[in-house]
Design a protein around this ligand. Structure first.
Ligand code: NI
Length: 173
């Protein structure tokens, strides 16, 4: 887009209140939003992630990016319009390292969103891409994979989650 250095963003970890907030819609996509998206894609790539939501970098706005290997997609104000089918898969999250949870999600989705050029879009996604979008869209409502975890999974990860929360307490306290 331009030759400014891409700002380095820090990934917020489990326990950060930012991850539990309901995000606000973006009213207009300007230079700030475009730079944010560029930095989010860079951050996602650096962490070898396949998706990232704005609250994960401390911004409570309805913005997500996803890239499962065929190029990055950025969605502003995504809305899931239609869901079909069901699939289970183990998911991780850059904000909750070391934790993997089996999550049941729709297999096919139709999602409307605004693209970076301020154009309204509506697209259908399936399988992994549908899953990533649904995972990131959950982030925009403060929902995390641990919310899908069984009691057994929570027990298995109790120590890791506690450690992440303690780390967070130390940072903010
Ligand atoms: Ni996540």
């Amino acid at each position: 887009m331009m030759n400014l250095p891409i700002p380095q963003l820090t990934i917020r970890l489990y326990g950060d209140p930012c991850l539990r907030a309901k995000c606000e819609p973006v009213e207009e996509i300007g230079i700030v939003e475009k730079l944010l998206v560029e930095a989010m894609i860079d951050t996602m790539d650096r962490h070898k992630g396949i998706g990232l939501a704005a609250p994960q970098v401390g911004v409570n706005k309805r913005i997500l990016v996803a890239d499962i290997g065929d190029g990055p997609v950025a969605m502003i104000n995504p809305v899931i319009k239609e869901i079909k089918g069901e699939a289970v898969m183990e998911e991780g999250c850059l904000s909750i390292p070391e934790v993997n949870v089996n999550v049941t999600r729709p297999a096919v989705i139709r999602v409307s969103y605004t693209d970076l050029n301020n154009r309204p879009r509506e697209r259908k996604f399936k399988e992994l891409m549908a899953r990533v979008i649904l995972h990131e869209n959950d982030h925009l409502d403060g929902k995390l994979i641990t919310d899908y975890a069984t009691a057994e999974e929570l027990k298995k990860y109790a120590e890791v989650l506690k450690k992440l929360e303690d780390l967070q307490q130390k940072k903010s306290g």
